[in-house]
Each structure stands twice: as C-alpha cells, then as structure tokens.
Design a protein around this ligand. Structure first.
Ligand SMILES: *Cc1c(COP(=O)(O)O)cnc(C)c1O
Ligand code: SF4
Length: 344
C-alpha cells in the first residue's frame, strides 16, 4: 500500500488515530503485502530485500499495521519481525522438510473437517489468515479445497451429528476469526443444535494480530452460545502482548471464554529461558494460561527456525526453575498417525 511506504520511519500519531477508527476488515485490507514496503516501513537495510523477495514468491508477505506497530525500527533481530519477514533461507530444501508434515490430507471425512483425535474435530472455518507467519505448517495447504460454503458445511455437520463420541468442535483455519461474524454466528448456531457437542474451541491469532477483531459482533455470538468456550491464542513472544491485546483478551474473558495459549519454539524468536519465562508471565498478566509449546513442524521453507529436541528439552527443564507449575507450557510435537500431541 502506498501509504505504508510513505510512513516509513517512526509511527505517527495521526496514523495511530486512523487505526483506532478503522474496522478490522479495513485494517486487514491495508496490511503490507509487499516485501519492499515491509523493508521500507521498518527501516531495514537493502541487503535484506533480495531474500525477502525470494521468500515472498514462495509464501506471500502479509502483516497488518497493528502488528507492525509492536516491531522495533531498523532491527533485523526483532523477535516479531523474524516471524513475518521472508528470508532467502526459505528457498532451502533440507531433507525431511516436506509440504504436508502432518499428513492431514488423510483425515478428512468431510469437506472442511479434520478428525484425527478422539472426542474432538477441527473445522476449517476460514482458509485465510490476517498475517502470514513464515514458520506456518499450513504454508502449502490446499485451502481452495477446504473452505466450504454454507451448503457444503452440511456434510461436516451431518458427520458431527452422527458421531456421538464428539464433544468438542475446534474452529481452525487458516484463522477462523478471519471469517465474518455472520458466517461464524451461523456455524456456531448449527453446532450448538447438536446435543452431544459440549465445547466450542477457537484456535486463533487474530486477537494478537488485529486486536480490533474482538468487536461487538463477535462478542455477541460468542457470549450467547450454550457451548462452553475455549479460545486458544497463538502468541510466541511477550512483545506481542501490548495494551490493545490485553483489552481484547479481557473482552473474550468477559464473554465467558477460557483463554489458553500455544506457542511454537522458534530459533531467534523465543529460544531462550528468559524469552519463554517472560512470555508465560506476560500471558498470565493478560489472563491467558500457557497450554502448548510446540516444536517446529518440518515444513518446507521453515528449517531455519528449527531448535533441536535436545535443546528444547533443556530449555523447558531450566524454565521450570523460573516459573510456577501453572505457567509451564507442555512441550509437544505433532506426529502423524498418533492419537494426540506427543510430549517430548
Ligand atoms: C491439535 C489438534 C487437535 C487438538 O488437540 P488437543 O491436544 O486437544 O489440543 C485436534 N485435532 C487436530 C487435527 C489437531 O491437530
Ligand atoms: S496465523 Fe497461524 S495459521 Fe495463519 S499463518 Fe500464522 S501460524 Fe499459520
């Protein structure tokens, strides 16, 4: 976007004001989607541009201003920047890094539905995200096949109705909150009419990426459903939680949701005891409990984020010396074919 190039440099007050009055959809449509604009906006030196362009060709850049405003200026080592800037390393193809590391394609009994674990299913409620995280295991996901329309949801809903062992529907994506509230309210209404469903879980990064997503329309359908609600946020670093995120989380809690967090252990983002301890402390200040700390899924293009298992275990062992038990995330890996996440 032109305006994002012009504001290269420090964030201006007028820009902040314009953020406050625009809807989440407007903020999303103004997200930076060009590697050069991203480098300019953040004052990065030219040396990063060729790599950014190469990575962008493999998985396009997408970063909204609300997230950018928490990134330090001209600092290639900023832990939030590392999550969103494409690097030349993404073109590497080391052995073992694949396109569908979780082999989810085999667990789709209906369009938009993934049933791998007992008692709970994933519904792909939106193919889109509000940000493109470079380490994302869905960076090669065939979304066009998996974003059902209202009529196409019937097959998934019938599957849920017919399997009384399923108690929890997990809205996933992409990012489920990238769907509009009319669609989401409709889907939740369908789900709550299934008697054996008890819980609605929403896995989302949107309250962190664009906190204004937690608006009145969302709070309305969330607070009125009979289902018990769990929102699993996706936050990897304490700096991602500013006051706007704290306020969005407070609204979710007031709407009756239990807030949990899952992180991915990422090289040069959160691969230290101090970063992980600060994250847990900051999460709790925002009313969120740490849930999972995932090791990286071996997705092609993300190998430079990898932290070896031995190091991951050592970090978590040391973390225990710094945190109360209830602020300790569970270190896990997703292994295709297993009936749950696997503790390391
Ligand atoms: C991670 C995941 C879940 C949820 O697992 P929990 O351990 O309950 O958080 C459900 N279905 C799929 C396909 C998953 O990948
Ligand atoms: S928000 Fe989640 S699903 Fe979307 S790109 Fe980031 S990690 Fe992937």
């Amino acid at each position: 976007m032109q305006e994002n190039i012009i504001i290269a440099g420090s964030e201006t007050q007028s820009h902040r004001d314009s953020l406050a009055v625009s809807t989440w959809q407007q903020q999303l449509s103004h997200a930076i989607r060009d590697p050069q604009a991203l480098c300019q906006r953040l004052g990065l030196s030219r040396e990063w541009l060729p790599g950014a362009k190469l990575g962008h060709e493999l998985f396009e850049v997408c970063v909204p201003e609300a997230y950018l405003s928490r990134i330090a200026y001209a600092d290639i080592n900023d832990p939030l920047l590392r999550q969103v800037i494409p690097l030349g390393e993404e073109a590497l193809t080391p052995a073992g890094y694949v396109v569908d590391p979780l082999e989810e394609a085999q667990h789709r009994p209906a369009k938009g539905l993934i049933h791998k674990y007992a008692g709970r299913v994933l519904l792909i409620a939106s193919p889109n995200c509000a940000i493109n995280c470079r380490y994302c295991f869905r960076r090669h996901f065939p979304y066009s096949d998996n974003s059902p329309s209202r009529a196409q949801w019937q097959e998934a809903l019938d599957y849920l109705r017919n399997d009384t062992t399923i108690h929890e529907a997990i809205l996933s994506g992409g990012d489920p909150l990238a769907a509009n509230d009319r669609q989401l309210a409709w889907l939740v209404e369908q789900l709550e009419s299934i008697p054996h469903l008890k819980r609605l879980r929403i896995h989302t990064r949107l309250p962190v990426v664009i906190p204004d997503r937690i608006d009145d329309a969302l709070i309305h359908w969330l607070s009125t459903t009979r289902l018990q609600k769990v929102v699993v946020l996706h936050i990897n670093h304490a700096n991602e939680i500013d006051q706007t995120v704290v306020e969005a989380c407070a609204r979710l809690t007031q709407a009756g949701a239990t807030l949990l967090n899952q992180s991915v252990l990422l090289r040069r983002v959160n691969d230290s005891v101090s970063a992980l301890a600060a994250l847990s402390e900051r999460l709790f200040e925002a009313g969120i409990l740490p849930y999972y700390l995932h090791v990286l899924d071996p997705v092609q293009g993300a190998a430079h984020f990898d932290v070896p298992d031995s190091e991951a275990r050592e970090l978590v062992t040391q973390l225990r010396d710094h945190l109360p038990g209830f602020l300790m995330p569970r270190l896990v890996r997703e292994i295709p074919g297993k009936g749950s996440k696997t503790p390391l």
